[in-house]
Design a binder for this molecule. Structure first.
Ligand SMILES: [Cu+2]
Length: 323
């Protein structure tokens, strides 16, 4: 560079302080819930967003999720065994990848904190159609289409996202409103509701305490493809934590999946005493043929409280009244 061009470029730099190329910022909402936390949206809003090459997306979190670009690889497993313990897979919990994405590599936002809030930003450098997932909620997927000439605006995309989120939460509320316990003779079936098309999960068992005659059996049946739940009677004890953070000596933290929450107990009857746990209940028809229902026969009259240990902190608690 000659002294002249050097001088000129210095002058231009002074004259035009905003020298960076204009990139557009887009917003995608992650999740969402009703105010009473009974309905969770397990989706990205809008589900599909079209942006320009060089543009940036900011994911605004409203719940416990992550944004993961797998770039065609398989999703990491939820749990990592270590001896006789299992830990939450760190690949789901902690950030990975850089600030810009070209369709390759493993990128993860990490998960939101206890308040459900997190912001994750990524710049897209190459045209293409990119799928991404929340690896915590199997089937929660969004699409980014990167083109030379996007057709919409960030404001319109955000408005569409808000409308999609409202529709999802309304569908969940309607499903919870018409939740019906089925009765087959002396067996009562409580459905655990969720809908992968409308993209919600109901994080409640029943609207009202379930009243059953003495000697009845209750079966909790998974009908939700997104979630895992437990059915856990603690007989007055505080429900155990589902996850236990273990700070590491060298920094960082490992998240233990509490064996007390994971491990099913053997009882098939309940008389109001002791600790009775279904262990994790998985979506129906899951490939691993993991348990998707739990049954318990009630042998004493009384009013009994139970919990989902995965969602106890958002109020997933039920009551059975045996008469
Ligand atoms: Cu649950």
């Amino acid at each position: 560079m000659t002294w002249l061009t050097y001088l000129l470029s210095a002058v231009f730099a002074l004259a035009t302080p905003t020298h960076a190329p204009a990139t557009t910022k887009w917003t995608v909402i992650v999740g969402g819930a009703t105010a009473d936390t009974s309905i969770y949206a397990n989706a990205f809003f809008p589900q599909t967003i079209e942006i320009g090459v060089g543009d940036t997306i900011d994911w605004a979190f409203e719940g416990f999720h992550n944004v993961t670009f797998l770039s065609g690889a398989a999703a990491p497993p939820l749990a990592v065994p270590e001896g006789d313990k299992a830990y939450f897979n760190p690949q789901m919990l902690f950030p990975a990848g850089g600030r810009s994405y070209d369709g390759t590599g493993f990128y993860n936002s990490g998960v939101s904190g206890p308040d459900g809030k997190l912001s994750y930003t990524l710049t897209f450098t190459k045209a293409g159609r990119y799928e991404y997932d929340c690896t915590i909620h199997a089937g929660m997927r969004g699409i980014v289409v990167v083109t030379d000439k996007p057709t919409g605006t960030p404001a319109a995309a955000l408005k569409r996202g808000r409308a999609e989120q409202a529709a999802t939460l309304a569908a969940g509320r309607a499903a919870f409103a018409r939740l019906a316990v089925e009765r087959h003779g002396s067996t009562f079936v409580v459905p655990l509701l969720g809908n992968s098309k409308q993209r919600y999960s109901v994080l409640r068992f029943t609207r009202e305490p379930l009243v059953i005659p003495l000697g009845s059996t209750v079966t909790w049946a998974m009908r939700d493809t997104f979630e895992v739940h437990t059915v856990t009677f603690t007989s007055g004890e505080k429900p155990p934590q589902f996850t236990v953070p273990e700070p590491q000596p060298g920094g960082g933290v490992k998240v233990l999946l509490n064996p007390k929450a994971l491990t099913p107990t053997t009882a098939t009857q309940y008389d109001g005493t002791g600790y009775v746990n279904s262990g994790l209940l998985f979506p129906p028809g899951n490939p691993g043929k993991l348990t998707a229902s739990f049954s318990l026969t009630f042998t004493k009259s009384g009013r009994f409280e139970y919990w989902c240990l995965v969602h106890a902190d958002v109020g997933q608690r039920g009551i059975i009244v045996v008469q």
